[in-house]
Write a protein that binds this ligand. Structure first.
Ligand code: GDP
Length: 408
């Protein structure tokens, strides 16, 4: 499931972390070369020789240190020079103890060990400067653009991809991250973003059905998305949980729709309320609700005609169904294979009647995965279930945590 998105995310994490890691590996290599190039004890050498070594070192740096690192080294050198000047000046000033004769002015040789230690500090400082270089926007931007493209290829909507890459930018830019922790950091950032996108308050239909009787659920969606199949599967699940559902054959528009839901009802031992072909769907659902109230069914699962979001008559009819029957839940059934159109459908149906949740079907044959993130992000409503096959048992409760863990 979602293997395409999974592959793209894996590639994205690897590309970003290895590109940044590569740069840091190069920096560490340079730092090691600098360290090797500096003799351990420089100062005891005669001044002329020390100067020669310093010149050698500068030449060495010229060859192995790239421009951007050189700037940092210059800065460190400047600091060190200031420190050396300050440390040379110190003994000249007479402290109070010296003035009153309790401390002798240190002899020249005694100053030496102090200065001796300056050189290793110099190397350490340079090493620190190059290995702990912060991640710059310029080096990260092209990598984030690649990640953005990969996400969009996986049906992740533009704004969602932008959110994921912007979050990553905040985590990485200006931060000094240990080379070994880069991949984990990138992965965690993407994982957190996806979790955040998917973390909208969800509804547990089974629990709700135990609390509220009858629970009235209307299923909406475009033709062929899997509405009737989803109703049958939810009916099966409710029965598994000791609840008694009733079906309302509210798709009075498509010739075979009533027979289709009746066949499911017969197979599952679930009663069906139906009217004649072409009848008012609001009235069919109304009858099913009365039957549930009078005869003690726990849940009314109402089918409706599949409508294109561009079919205004059917959209008006859907509003009437909702107005008349005041359902507890309005669930949109979306075929995940429609990819980015899933977002458009979610937006239009949500604007028309206000959705409570989504069932995404055909996740078993949908490799891209991104439509799930995009639909939730677009309407901030939860995915309740995903269809993962053609059997009655193939309706899986949607668990964001599980999805995130399976993706990364
Ligand atoms: P409706 O027009 O919205 O009621 O759609 P149907 O319930 O008739 O489903 C249309 C087709 O999608 C049928 O062939 C179903 O078997 C198939 N289908 C529905 N859900 C799934 C699913 O989760 N996975 C797969 N592979 N097929 C599904």
């Amino acid at each position: 499931m979602f293997s395409f998105l999974k592959k793209k995310l894996k590639e994205g994490v690897e590309n970003i972390s290895s590109a940044l890691k590569g740069a840091k590996e190069e920096e560490e290599r340079i730092a090691e070369q600098i360290e090797a190039a500096v003799p351990e004890k420089v100062l005891p050498l005669p001044p002329a020789e020390a100067e020669m070594i310093e010149e050698e070192l500068e030449k060495e740096e010229e060859q192995i240190v790239p421009k951007d690192v050189k700037k940092e080294i210059k800065e460190v050198e400047r600091e060190i020079k200031e420190e050396i000047i300050a440390s040379k000046e110190k003994p000249k000033k007479k402290g109070i103890l010296e003035k009153i004769g309790l401390k002798k002015k240190p002899k020249k040789e005694e100053i030496k060990p102090e200065i001796k230690e300056q050189k290793p500090t110099f190397v350490e400082k340079i090493k620190k400067a190059v290995t702990e270089k912060t991640i710059e926007e310029a080096e990260l931007s092209p990598l984030l653009e690649d990640l953005n493209t990969s996400l969009m290829e996986s049906d992740v909507a533009f704004e969602v991809a932008e959110k994921i890459t912007n979050d990553l930018k905040k985590v990485l830019i200006g931060k000094s991250i240990q080379r070994g922790k880069l991949e984990e950091t990138v992965k965690n950032s993407i994982r957190n973003s996806i979790k955040e996108i998917l973390s909208v308050d969800s509804i547990d239909i089974i629990n709700l059905a135990h609390d509220k009787k009858p629970l009235k659920i209307i299923f909406l969606g475009v033709n062929g998305t899997g509405k009737t199949t989803s109703i049958a599967r939810l009916g099966y699940l409710l029965k598994q949980n000791s609840l008694v559902p009733i079906f309302a054959a509210g798709d009075t528009w498509r010739a075979a729709a009533q027979e289709q839901i009746e066949i499911h009802g017969n197979r599952l031992g679930i009663d069906v309320i139906k009217h004649k072909y072409g009848a008012d769907p609001a009235a069919v659902i109304y009858d099913a609700i009365r039957a549930a109230e009078n005869r003690g069914y726990d849940v009314v699962l109402a089918d409706t005609a599949g409508r294109a979001h561009s079919n205004l008559n059917l959209m008006e009819e859907m509003k009437k169904i909702v107005r008349v029957n005041k359902p507890d839940l309005k669930v949109l059934v979306v075929d995940s294979l429609t990819g980015n159109d899933a977002v458009e459908q979610a937006k239009m149906f949500n604007e028309a009647v206000g959705l409570d949740g989504i069932i995404m079907t055909k996740a078993d044959v949908y490799e891209k995965g991104g439509a799930l993130l995009s639909a939730v992000w677009a309407i901030k409503k939860p995915i309740l279930y995903i269809g993962v096959g053609q059997d009655y048992a193939d309706l899986k409760k949607f668990d964001p945590e599980e999805v995130v863990n399976s993706l990364l």
